[in-house]
Write a protein that binds this ligand. Structure first.
Ligand SMILES: [Zn+2]
Length: 380
């Protein structure tokens, strides 16, 4: 105030340390009825800044809007940076922060043979539950109507029936539950299945799907799993119904190229962005697709053998979570933290994607000798 009233020192070196950063901006300052102004804005002294930041952020708007709101009223050096810091650390905003962008798609190479790696999924359609099993090699789909019974015994029974037909797979990729987060799988097996179930004759639709060439491989699922084309409703030359096995190397090459293209489009379409890896001890918030808000902070316990997957320590035990559902906690300020304290997003018991496991296992083996891995993506 004194320098404004009496004029700034001629030399920078004569300026008191506390206001040195403002020296070059001296001409913008003036006083108005005992208040320091900066051009037409009110200058806020250091002691009042945290309160003003709080007010700037009233209504919990984002950084850009807060800056706009502040810009016309108040000023101090570093105002813009302080707003960003404050908003970043607001616990309320962290709870309601938007779901993170998708991570770039990871696709996996085509397996070496049919029914080597399969995916299972449960979906609900018109009050019935369905088990969808799909083969990574052929994209062959098996649909079992479980009616209302989704007990693990019934699911295992249904899987065994399908495996009686095709044999025991090397790897089963499951997502343990009705809520499949993976867009790929939805796009692929579940969506395909639902399209069929919606029709008046789902079994006909299934036969047509299985006998129609798939773009990625150029062959029909039936051809790739049985080595022959089934006779369907369209007239077909008997020669085409003879067993014939495609060239596996050419097949793999075509699959690789198509997947590469698909990855490219996927990443572009969703603006996919890699999230930084988390280390044990990192503080994170959790939000799955069922949660409206991010949880209160929890700790990362460990990594898993799967990419983009971490074990987090919560009050109710350890849970495996996808990296996309974990947001790095940037610290918290004041706002209404208490009311959310200890709140972990609710999940459906027993059927979540989370595997409560104190020791993350690479895979486990079922009674029938299948190796079961828990992965969240079915790559196309
Ligand atoms: Zn906020």
């Amino acid at each position: 105030m004194k320098v404004i009233l009496e004029g700034w020192p001629k030399h920078f070196s004569d300026t008191p340390d506390s206001i040195k950063p403002l020296y070059s901006l001296g001409s913008h300052f003036s006083t108005d009825d005992g208040i320091i102004t900066f051009d037409d804005k009110i200058y806020i002294p250091t002691v009042m800044r945290s309160e003003i930041l709080q007010r700037i952020h009233d209504g919990h708007q984002g950084v850009t809007k807060c800056r706009e709101r502040a810009k016309s009223c108040v000023w101090w050096n570093d105002l813009s940076k302080d707003i960003a810091n404050f908003v970043e650390k607001c616990s309320h905003c962290q709870l309601y922060k938007r779901t993170q962008k998708k991570e770039p798609l990871i696709t996996t190479p085509l397996p070496d043979r049919p029914w080597q790696r399969i995916a299972t999924d449960l979906c609900e359609f018109q009050n019935n539950h369905y088990l969808i099993i799909s083969d990574y090699f052929s994209r062959y789909i098996e649909i079992t109507n479980l009616k209302k019974n989704t007990t693990s015994m019934r699911v295992v029974e249904a899987i065994k029936t399908v495996c009686a037909r095709w044999g025991i797979p090397e790897t089963v990729i499951s997502d343990n539950g009705p809520q499949f987060t993976s867009r790929q799988l939805k796009l692929f097996a579940v969506q395909t299945a639902k399209t069929m179930l919606r029709q008046t004759d789902p079994t006909l639709a299934l036969m047509i799907y299985r006998s129609t060439p798939i773009e990625v491989t150029g062959y029909s699922p039936a051809q790739l799993i049985m080595g022959r084309q089934p006779k369907t409703t369209l007239p077909i030359h008997v020669k085409k119904l003879q067993p014939e096995w495609p060239n596996i190397n050419k097949l793999k090459e075509k699959d690789r190229e198509t997947k590469k293209r698909y990855e490219h489009f996927y990443n572009k379409r969703y603006g996919a962005k890699s999230l930084p890896e988390l280390k044990p001890g990192d503080v994170v918030r959790v939000k799955t697709c069922h949660d409206k808000i991010w949880s209160s902070p929890v700790n990362v316990a460990s990594e898993t053998d799967q990419p983009r997957s971490n074990i987090v320590q919560t009050a109710s035990g350890q849970l495996r979570k996808n990296r996309q559902n974990l947001q790095q906690n940037t610290g918290h300020t004041d706002c209404h933290l208490e009311q959310y304290q200890n709140r972990i997003p609710e999940t459906n018991n027993n059927t979540t994607t989370d595997v409560a496991s104190p020791q993350p296992k690479k895979s486990y083996t079922t009674r029938t000798g299948r190796r079961v891995k828990s992965v969240n993506k079915l790559d196309l």
